[in-house]
Design a protein around this ligand. Sequence first.
Ligand code: HTL
Ligand code: MG
Length: 627
Amino acid sequence: MRFLESITSPADLRNIPRERLSEFAGELRDEIVRVCSLSGGHLASSLGAVELTVALHYLFDSTTDRIIWDVGHQTYGHKILTGRRNLMETIRKPGGLAGFTATSESQHDALTVGHASTSLAAALGMALSREARGAPYHIVAVIGDGALTGGMALAALNQIGHADVKLTIVLNDNEMSISENVGALNHYLSTLQVQPWFQRAEKSGKEALRGIWKPLAEYGSRAKKAARGFFDPASTNPFHAMGVRYVGPIDGHDVQQLLYYLEHVKDLDGPTMLHIVTKKGKGYQIAESDPITWHGASKFDPENPVFAGKPYQWSDAFGDAAIELASRDDRVWVITPAMREGSGLVEYSKRHPERYIDVGIAEDVAVTVGAGLALRDEKPIVAIYSTFLQRGYDQVIHDVCIENLDVVFAIDRAGLVGGDGATHQGIYDLAYLRALPNMSVAMPKDTSEMQGMLKAALRLGGPKAIRWPRGSTEPSQAQDYDAWPAIEWGTWELLKDGKDAFVLALGPTLAYALEATRGNDRVGVVNARFVKPIDRELLVELAARSKLLITTEDHALHGGLGTAVAETLADLDQSVRLIRLGIPDEPVPHGDPNAQHEAFGYGPTGIKQILAEFGMEKLTPLAEASD
Ligand code: HTL
Ligand code: MG
């Protein structure tokens, strides 16, 4: 029998003989591959963290100690060990386990997370509370080398060194973010060696470290920090310079080594970083050899794993447009915060490496680098997912909008995103961007319109945000530059006329509106593609000649298209019955987006229902047959 069958909680793990833990790690790895093959998910990162997961749960008690996983995408092993094994096949599926850690899901999950670089600040907060309450538990933050490129992580580290609280930080370094990791720190990490002071301490026995640090504490923190530099010859180490004791790097796939070092550092006073080196995708050949493709896998055959490939995506259409625009104008640049693949920029990065910038997981930096370029008359396109642009919000206001700079924001994954869930939903950007002076916000109905909008945005200048959803689309291949439509900025499109009512629809909800009103000549449909500026002229005309307007959007109801329409009607003292359909004021978990659109009432059924309530359903069913 496998050890795995006997594990229902981490306490059971401690019954496994210590020397057989690496064997158990193999079982855990197989289970992760099995689960991901059935449901898809963050395979490569979870495989790379298997031994670490085993070691942490062997030494720490996650019911009282806090293990804080940064991003939370590497936690499949953690979930399996903490009582969720039987539910693993539901991961990322509607009603199933979340793909990241979530405090609502388990007492073993210390943080609800999904965005990178938050673990260290959260750990510091917890550590300060623990000190204030005099509680005895341990706090361990696990952060990847990618997540460490984020300003939030680095700023937290700075504060951790200052606060000098007891905290174990495990730096899980696989030299990969989703793609190859970037940045000077990344290069530096690969030059590090285990420090001589630590090796000496190791030789003189397990208590040696405590022996070194305890007496120093009596000299107060200044002396302690100075002494730290004395004891640790690698005083150029930046973590060390920030007041965080640095240990490593060690082999992160050797459970015994992990246990040994973690046992040494866990009771040390002050913050300690244990640098472990791992391989993304470890132990599963195809994921190891191509961790980029297998970072997030769709379901696959574990015996014969092949990447299924994807149809032409919105992101691909953006990437193609970016290549075209940058080829035609040598002032066009594209900036990504660590999302080359997801943003459709692989080909662009090869074709225009001189005007391609990956700043790491640092959306704030991406935006302000864009501002800097624009200040020198370059034409930056800042390509960011809707959810991650939240991290660069102040920079959008302070560095771009106030200055009215020519920065185009190419916003991918707008709307509900599916398996990634609440932390990754792209449903707030209309609200947060619409409020900003000089900013325009648009959402195209298809990729042709998107490409036309990008071209127009670069030509017009000023801060311009163009957002599009996740997924595949029509037309399903690259299009000629000459076929990109000319876009008159700020205008809506009347797609279908109506006698009594209009659905003002945005992006993917347009198809729903057209479906719900097919054969119904009383209700028209408008492509309300500009949320700012909105097409006042057309809106006023439609309001004047209809009894009902319905807005539909795959976005939070607070602050999106519906709000923009309501505000405009109120400002113009134009009265018409207005129904706003969209996402209510609550976090939206992972699920099937189409089903969620229906559940929230802005799918075709919901639109039809509203029309029925107002007596505007299709009156002549026979017309349907002749459509
Ligand atoms: N930006 C922010 C603020 N958060 C996230 N989560 C992303 C972008 C997207 N993202 C991930 S996982 C990941 C990125 C960039 C790479 C993390 O690299 P790290 O871990 O070295 O920390 P590794 O994958 O195990 O190597 C997700 O959205 C899941
Ligand atoms: Mg990494």
